[in-house]
Design a protein around this ligand. Sequence first.
Ligand code: ADP
Ligand code: ZN
Length: 760
Amino acid sequence: MSQTSLFQDDTSQSDAPATLAAGQVMRVLVPYPVDKAYDYIVPPHISVQAGDYVCVPLGNREIAAVVWGEACGEVNAAKLKPIISKYDLDPMPKAHRDFIDWVANYTLAPRGSVLKMALSAPAGLTPPKPARGFCLPHGMEDIIRKGLSPQRQKVIAVMADGQTRIAAEIADMASCSAAVVRGMADKGLLEEVSVYNPAPCMHPDLNAGRADLSEGQQMAADEICDDLENGRFSVSLLDGVTGAGKTEVYFEAVAKAISMRKQVVILLPEIALSNAFLERFKKRFGCAPALWHSHLTPAQRRTTWRGVAQGDTRVVVGARSALFLPYKDLGLIIVDEEHDPAYKQEDGVIYHARDMAVVRGSLGKIPVALVSATPSLETMLNTWEEPYGTGRYKHLVLESRYGGAQLPDIRVVDLRADKPDRQCFLSKTLVDAVAEKLEAGEQSLLFLNRRGYAPLTLCRTCGHRMECPRCTAWLVEHKRSGRLHCHHCGFHNAIPKNCPSCDDIDSFTACGPGVERIFEEAKTLFPDARIMILASDTAESNEEMKALLAKVINNEVDIIIGTQIIAKGHHFPNLTLVGVVDADLGLKGGDLRAAERTYQMLHQVAGRAGREKDKQGTVILQSWMPEHRIMKAMAASSHAGGRDEFLSVEAHEREVANMPPYSRLAGIIVSGREESLVLDVAKALGKTSPQGMTEEGYLINTLGPAPAPLARLRGRYRYRLLVRADKKINLQKAIAHWVNGVKVPSTVRVYIDIDPQSFL
Ligand code: ADP
Ligand code: ZN
């Protein structure tokens, strides 16, 4: 419908008085990068309340938006357009609208941009078209059918509950193909009916695979369930080594929430985790959870979004964006691997999903469980009692590994003493250990968090380094593809024959190792071993990755060479040795959280070793600085206190340096294609930046501008400023006031990153 015809058709428009009272005019927030909610007239045939999903005209488009409240004061009706229609859906709950306002205020992102994350599948606003569904013909369930194939019998068993399901769902539940289901319908064994594509995860079975919890597990679960029952906001840190039984504990709380007809969201840092996790969930609850991540099909997004908004979908397992779905009645939030850096969204609305989960919990009066074997310092600080911490979070600790599997034995190899051969990267100690495991028929993991063959390609003749033409970054050689890749922007090209600088032929040499190079070395050392690389670019698809992981589990591989993709969540029963090729890797670069991150990563990788009861795991860390406190802490972490010792030292260092979590930071990133314009804006910001003591006597200061470590990214020049403030300061207010005062040309962008995690 065009704009003009819309107005001509709408009788309320022509008869409208010059001014309208509140109630006849509503504020509507649109999912566009604007902060303001616009006023719209409510036509007489529509009745709306705050939270309703509506269609409104904007410019010459018609868009889905949300009613935010009544218009304040008198408005001039002549300038306003009417709401076109209301969608047939329950309103977005107030807690969720408050959440959107809160996130926008905190991150300094426009409210409309935050709303867009909630309206992430607008197709879900309208009901889907009916699909082919199947149910058991009446009376059929009692007939025991002779001669039916086991597959068909399984389908009958699944459908005996009388529900109507689509072929894919039945196939999933009966572990057969959809063709089996359709074949049965052709034979009259199933009746075909038309159904609306059901929302995912509508009927989890609370007792399908319930474990008998240990006493410690039960106590932890009770703490969360108690808050759930009483509609209380709380944050619990569920803390315990890998395998301690944390997942089983929060599943108990999930079951409780479902039994109360509430919805649950389980956040996971990466989709890599979800294959193993999905199976686990299915075993526990008899059906798959609803998934939410960036690789869903439009149809999946649509049904899941609608299921969530209508309250039919009980459990969502998803990446950080799942937190923003408009749950009709959210009752519990789980943040698994709460320390994971992947919870930080670095573009668009820049937010930390773990922190925002706590906010969502508080606004909705619901318990939040943060789960980790290596909690972040921020979270730990909130569990420590005053004066060491804030004492705001409950600390639920699961002491040992469930079922008594041993913690691995951790050794640090001093690479200065036990030096690998030239152009090699594995020490004798590590090579011997791998050989021993091969002998014993057990698996080894060589961990190196670097894809490709070599991180740097250098001309031996003139020293020229191969760099990305668009980024301040070296190109990484990938032997398999025969190319040089930029890991920042995706740029790649063939490895040139001649050096672009001195034109010498075949003068390139590889510096440093990536997983492909370790593969080569391992192949030379153990020519008969079955060796596999596992990195994010090893598999083309999720299915392929699944197949590779299955090979590891089925013992078809002896040595795995892997990046962080393998560090998390997986359980490889026959893996008893983990060798960390470069334990110092994460310590370079001087990041605020470098030590903490390295510790978490090493700890997590170490947790892959010896997860079975009867097998002792060994972890070997290769380091050039074994005296570093991280290496010491790792070596000590075979005993329980090691981690906490490390964390208290880390806390002390941050406190002395007046760094987060003892102060607050904000990063300001100025970027653009024309360096002089970027620099102008950066300098102007530098001139007016907040410095010194506030009126209330709190300290705030700003460093920079300086070129960012990644001074060019995708062809854009980047400058950074860093604000540090006492925790009592209203940082957002100070920054908004400051940044809004500087004129920015349209080709330059200024990003504000509150609580930055990355300093690149
Ligand atoms: P975490 O989440 O701490 O790594 P999990 O919950 O995954 O630990 O538990 C580790 C293993 O022990 C899993 O295979 C899980 O099924 C099993 N497990 C945990 N608790 C129990 C229990 N109470 N009864 C039986 N098996 C359990
Ligand atoms: Zn690049």
